[in-house]
Design a protein around this ligand. Sequence first.
Ligand code: HEM
Length: 328
Amino acid sequence: MSGKNWDRVPIDAQSVDAPLSRSAIFLVVTVADEQPALARVCSALGDLDDLVKNVGFRDLGGRLSCIAGIGRALWDRLSPGRRPLELKPFAPIKGAVHSAPSTPGDLLFHIRAERSDMCFEFERILLDRLGPDVTVVDEVTGFRYFDARDLLGFVDGTANPTGLDLPASALVGDEDAGFAGGSYVVVQKYLHDLQTWARIPTPEQEAIIGRTKIDNIEIDDDDAPRKSHKSLATIEDAEGNEYDILRDNMPFGRPGQNEFGTYFIGYSRYLWVTEKMLQRMYVGDPPGAYDRLLDVSTPHTGTTFFAPTRPMLQALVQDAQEQPAAAR
Ligand code: HEM
């Protein structure tokens, strides 16, 4: 272990700023309507921290982390009348050519580790603990692909905020003080048409993404006839301030099934920023000049969650368990 002090490596729940990992599982579940189901799920969520420690401690170098996100409908069942300002279900988007669906999800678990067996073990124990009260609606195992490339062959994640920019972009601040430190999470599961992509010459692929393919250099396309993915996903207000989000996309796939995907996950301080990126990608800027990445990438899911801080999550599930059933 190269003399590194692994005791200091965090194993953590709700750590939005956990480093990019080699492996991840994205698990989306719905929670049964019955009142006892909610109580049991609350109890499991209250134990999330311990569950992460139980598995994470078995290899601290594995850097296991798990973030739980809560969808709007479940949030309202847990905490009627008090929710993060912008939390709402994913709004489907209809562009002239491409659309993004909105799909169900009460809870998202974003499980990350350096080892796929740790992610697997944690998911197994978590689902065991959640029991029959939840239905898995989506489950994706992602992997780090060479130098953080997506399956289209481009390095993905470079422009992510770092240092002080990270909390400023990804975590709610004083604008919603009761939920400060939490984060809006948007996920979309994309499947790629790699055969079509492979027929597009590399310079054209680079113009579509906005970066060179081999060495990952940003392309200045201010004067290009059509904006790249990078430019459509750049959000500025009238004063020229840029608004960013934190992405931890992961490739996934089964070559034998011709399945090649990118699981998009974006954490943001303001939900409107991610929504505006999506609008620009699907509707286009100017309208009609949509993101050509979508010609080879089809979203099969689209769900919005809010990831509260650890103390916020604890308080939420505790309050929910103490509320009279009639209040929910
Ligand atoms: C940039 C891939 C979906 C937001 C990039 C880059 C790649 C990429 C290769 C350039 C390198 C980088 O800065 O990370 C993909 C793929 C997607 C996808 C394969 C799905 C098929 C999305 C979605 C959003 C988004 C749905 C937002 C809702 C961004 C942002 C940037 C970016 C904010 C950085 C722009 C900048 O340079 O400031 N993406 N992306 N991406 N993408 Fe995506």
